[in-house]
Design a protein around this ligand. Sequence first.
Ligand SMILES: [Fe+2]
Length: 173
Amino acid sequence: MRPLYRLRQFWKAVFPCVRERERDWVRAALPPRAGEVFFSMSPAGQRHAIDTARRLAAWEKHIRSRLSAAEYRDLLQAALLHDCGKIPFRLTVGQRAARVLLKASPLPLSPRALRRCPYVGKALEAAAVHADLGAETAARCGLSLEAQTLIARHHQTPRTPAESLLAQADDCS
Ligand SMILES: [Fe+2]
């Protein structure tokens, strides 16, 4: 469960901070409609997305030998919007934390029973469907099919170098 990482993640979710120069970076990286979607995410969601994309940007030298310029652009755009499918659920920090704890719990909890629980049920529903919803949103914003696929598959076993890089960056952001 990596307690230190989770503690840092929880802190950033409770006290998210997005700087103006980071907002500018996002505006430059996304088409206008996708930018509007990005800025409608919760502050914690924006923080996580920026951390994921910045991690990929930090790996740029290493990545660019494996991806074309278009693939790299799609990867950064997908990183910025990979969790935008969570927007309609308006989850609280507590709901997101509860889902993470339940996921790591050694107790034999029934997913069906948990989904009926009003507090965590919404978080579990969001976890189950947000990748597909996010890909649909990306399509409406004019992102490429490749970026849509990266978003749709970001919780599945990676099949391509770009999917693998997004999973790694998401996992440690
Ligand atoms: Fe996700």
